[in-house]
Ligand binder design. Sequence first.
Ligand code: ZN
Length: 430
Amino acid sequence: MTTTPRPDAPALADLRTRFAAMWAALEPVGRDGRSGGYRRFAWTREDHDLREWFAAECRARGLDLTTDRMGNQWAWWGDPDAAPAGGNKRGGNERGGGKGIVTGSHLDSVPDGGAFDGPLGVVSALLAIDALRAKGFEPHRPIGIVNFVDEEGARFGVACAGSRVITGAMTADRARSLTDADGTSMAEALRAAGRNPDALGPDPETLRRIGTFVELHVEQGRALDLLDEETPVAVGSDIWPHGRWRVDLAGEANHAGTTRLADREDAMLGYAATVLAARSAAEARGCVATVGKVAVTPGGVNAIPSHVTGWLDARGADADAVRAAVQDVRAVAEQHGGVVTEESWTPTTAFDPGLVRRLATRLGGIPVLGTGAGHDAGILANAGVRSAMLFVRNPTGVSHSPQEWADPADCVAGVEALTSVLEDLAGGAR
Ligand SMILES: [Zn+2]
């Protein structure tokens, strides 16, 4: 695992230029010309192009690229299966020994998402490796970069599908049978992308290589911006409990002009009541609830809806409050003959307290924040992987929108912070 500085390795002063160049390469992929937002969904052409981009960037750095059972991409600087330097040859699985320090994030997006959610963590990881090499750093532990597939769940409805499947948090059968809006199952999408859906499943071999995972991400709220400190980076302490529920309401299709109001069974009315109930339940219970996706059948302007399906997202610092809010919503939906089905639920995820402290101290006592956004780092933490996150300041707090933004100087500060963290974690002492 000896590494000498490469002649082409950039000095830190070049980081801003390098960052801008990598950003420019990603910018057109999956960008909607009208909204300016991104549509990068799992196992689509855009996703394929992003995976190829990632592979090429890793190849250019001489990293060893592997793909796990789910299709998540892992690139290694150093051999994650080798014994630790100076350790015994078969000691790779002893506590903390021989395991990698992994960073990275995801490249997919929500519909009309921003440029930073996901890609910032992947680009920063690649640049952090460049920066470490530029200073002649020789890691005592292998360093890995991951590109998690299908983090947003935009296409098949379950967030963090890539990390959920390899950790066993979601079964392969469930993942394969999820369908997108066109009725295409994940199994079919995988096959169309040239992958074998039968390969899906828990991947202990991949997980065993991860000693520590640190995901850098743009902050998705304004907590850091609202702090009166000149610090563009924070450490993530925990992820709020959160879940998704499907709400189905049935009615009867009929003519919008000739059917008397009294004769109608309009599924949209129950749906509307349910959406309003979600808002007031969230206000009453001190959490947040959103219905951001709806499908109407038959979907004609002049047809009374025979079926409406909506998707509810609810989160909060307190799991019981979120559960209670969803119960309130369920009660209203049921009054209108609706059915509420839980599609996913993730309890509070606390990142490793020792790691959180170590990162905050290493970076000069920077703030430590919880977040209402889910991340692959949370799925790994729940699977027992020592994990934490770094957040880069978001001056408007806007995310999952084309307006999502982070200042270039803050992005570079994020790369520098990640570089420092990797240097600390991979540098030898625990
Ligand atoms: Zn993300």
